[in-house]
Design a protein around this ligand. Structure first.
Ligand SMILES: C[S@@+](CC[C@H](N)C(=O)[O-])C[C@H]1O[C@@H](n2cnc3c(N)ncnc32)[C@H](O)[C@@H]1O
Length: 396
């Protein structure tokens, strides 16, 4: 009888670094297979680092996309923002570049809080236990904030997960609602995966998000694509935008696209979004397109440096001759560690660019933690577009 047949499950030996990390239940045989793959990969990486591995064909390339160009810095509007579930700071950066004064960020992962603090030493960043929104008394912020924004964890709703919604301990929408009702900002922005607006979660959205807020806010829901704002990635997100006054709600319009899809029909007044190869400055191979959606494995079943979350994404990366299965910490490390088929191995700063982060925005933590923050983020240019649309209403 094989080990598979008697279903012996063996726990992982790697300790979790995320409060809600869900260890994968694997049979002894399957875990041994993963261990062997990890060992082979480690040996290949060590050989690459000691200079005894195969030589790469890829020089170091200079990116053509500067994500800052997608979000020209605006003057301070005097409007104040408050950030919950701040992660690695995608929304925070978008709001800052749109002219908001950042009052504070709340994020329970220490390493994500470290990212915010390292990039913006002048910001108030609450991390770890102090950043856990469940324990925060929001009343000191009451009526001091123009826009409260946050993207509660999307894992309870994501198609890549088990879609347990309210039954998932990671569901933090009730906390978002509690904060809004306590702070009473002039407007709020709640962001999530597009699956949250599917029929499956219609009742959840109505009962947990819309109904409790509707007594004080006029709420609109809008679905936006990151590539319509110049980000070289297929990424669809839903935004709930609420205003305290009917007048502001009536004056608001969702941000209009500034870009069209690479290879798509040119539209007047819009710029073409670069494909991922062009954005990263890779040579022309006769094929380029948006990057598949970058995943975050942060609270998933295993710590990973892969940004690929489906077979179709794997195929699309292969056609692009790009390796997203084991992202390296730096371009130099990526260059030294030759990928299968000699595809172009990505490095963390390049994944940042594909998510719309400028290279000078540095992520803290181990490589998988950095990738997790990137994959979890709202592309800053998308946050910027939403922030600008709200600012034009509130700053009248
Ligand atoms: C989808 S990510 C938000 C990403 C962020 N909006 C951005 O643009 O970079 C959700 C974040 O919520 C954080 N989080 C989850 N539960 C939390 C809690 N109880 N208190 C504070 N942060 C929490 C997670 O660690 C994660 O970084």
């Amino acid at each position: 009888m094989t080990l598979e047949a008697i279903d012996i499950y063996v726990p992982s030996r790697i300790p979790s670094t995320h409060p809600l990390h869900e260890p994968q239940m694997l049979t002894a045989a399957r875990r041994e297979e993963f261990r062997r793959m990890a060992r082979d990969s480690r040996e290949a990486k060590n050989a690459a680092m000691s200079g005894t591995g195969p030589k790469s064909l890829h020089p170091l390339y200079t990116p053509r996309l500067d994500p800052n160009s997608l979000m020209p810095k605006k003057n301070r509007s005097g409007l104040v923002s408050l950030s919950l579930f701040s992660g690695g700071g995608g929304l925070d950066l978008g709001f800052e570049r749109a002219g908001f004064h950042h009052s504070a960020s709340y994020e329970w992962l220490d390493f994500a809080g470290d990212t915010l603090q390292a990039n913006r030493p002048e910001w108030s960043v609450y991390k770890g236990e102090a950043g856990d929104v469940r324990g925060v008394d929001w009343t000191p912020y009451r009526r001091q904030v123009d826009v409260l924004h946050g993207g509660p964890p999307c894992q309870p709703f994501s198609m890549a997960g088990k879609q347990r919604g309210a039954l998932d301990p990671r569901d933090m929408w009730p906390e978002f609602v509690r904060a809004v009702m306590s702070v009473k900002p002039r407007a709020f922005v709640g962001e999530n995966v597009a699956a949250l607006s599917s029929a499956r979660f219609a009742e959840y959205v109505d009962q947990v998000i819309l109904s409790p807020l509707a007594s004080e806010y006029s709420i609109q829901k809008v679905t936006l694509f990151a590539h319509e704002f110049g980000v070289p990635q297929l990424r669809k997100r839903v935004f709930f935008v609420g205003f305290r006054t009917k007048r502001d709600a009536a004056a608001w319009a969702p941000p209009a696209a500034s870009h069209f899809r690479p290879g798509g029909k040119p539209e007047e007044g819009l710029q073409p979004t670069m494909g991922i190869r062009e954005a990263l400055g890779l040579p022309d191979i006769g094929h380029d397109e948006l990057s598949p959606t970058i995943r975050s494995g942060l609270s998933g079943p295993r710590h990973t440096t892969s940004i690929i979350n489906s077979v179709s994404a794997q195929k699309r990366f292969r056609a692009l001759q790009i390796w997203g299965n084991g992202v390296a910490a730096t371009r130099e490390a990526a260059q030294a560690f030759v990928a299968k088929h000699d595809d172009y191995r990505l490095a963390v700063p390049e994944v940042g660019i594909v998510q719309g982060f400028p290279e000078d925005w540095r992520f803290s933590g181990a490589t998988y933690m950095q990738l997790g923050q990137i994959g979890n983020a709202v592309p800053p240019a998308l946050g910027y577009a939403v922030a600008s649309s709200i600012s034009s209403v509130l700053a009248r």
